[in-house]
Design a protein around this ligand. Sequence first.
Ligand SMILES: [Zn+2]
Length: 267
Amino acid sequence: MRCEEPLRRKAQVASKEAAAALAISTRPARLLSAPDAAEFAQLPRAQLAGMYAAGCEILECYRVLRKGGLNIVGEVLRGQGKFYEMEHYPKNDVFDEESHAQYYYHAHRAGEHGHFHAFMRRGGMPSGVVPLELPHAEPWPTGDDQLAHLVAISMDGYGYPIGLFAPNRWVVDDAWFSATDLIGMLDTFRIDHAFPSWPVNRWIGAMLVLFRPHIEQLLRARDLAFAAWRCQLPEEDVLERRDIEVFASLPIAVDETIAALRATLAN
Ligand SMILES: [Zn+2]
């Protein structure tokens, strides 16, 4: 399956500030284990069927991309010039005006080629949902610019997903919502157009469905990790601590999750 030429990460750092950010040694995140077939068995059958369909959609995206000698990451980097760490790919991000979902790809972490950051902007949030009331010195985006980071998807050197993670606020400059509110925004995340790539847009929407239990677990673990840091550092704005880059992470494997779903649905 992975016989293609790997993506080469000859990323260059765009600024001194970015270089300094990369040099910070970060505190380890909570590493979770992915939900298995036993946990899937607790989920409603309709959700399992939806997850399985999303898995098939992901495989279909891979099939058409591979047929053209392409992969997910190559699609968002195509025509974008030299690959700089921290810069967004594609430039100006990908946004759906109807769903208000947004994503971009970039790189600033070891152990992966790069990652996608998936967001929901204000217009796509359920009414009544507001950021947590936490004292913060740094301004959070407000009004129509308000956005919430849902999940980050780590990609390997061949352009395939290998993990999910929940970053600190300063990493993506969003407003800070509870895990429960973020989970409520997952249902409507979709990019229903073809820029910069229809298979990539279908893929990222399907990823949020296939790995929904994983993302829920990740976001709840994020909230627990954040609460633990606040207890440990009561005088500080933990959301701005540059040595806390990621609160929680989780390895993922599309094939294994689809196999677990197939086994669960067969019973
Ligand atoms: Zn990032």
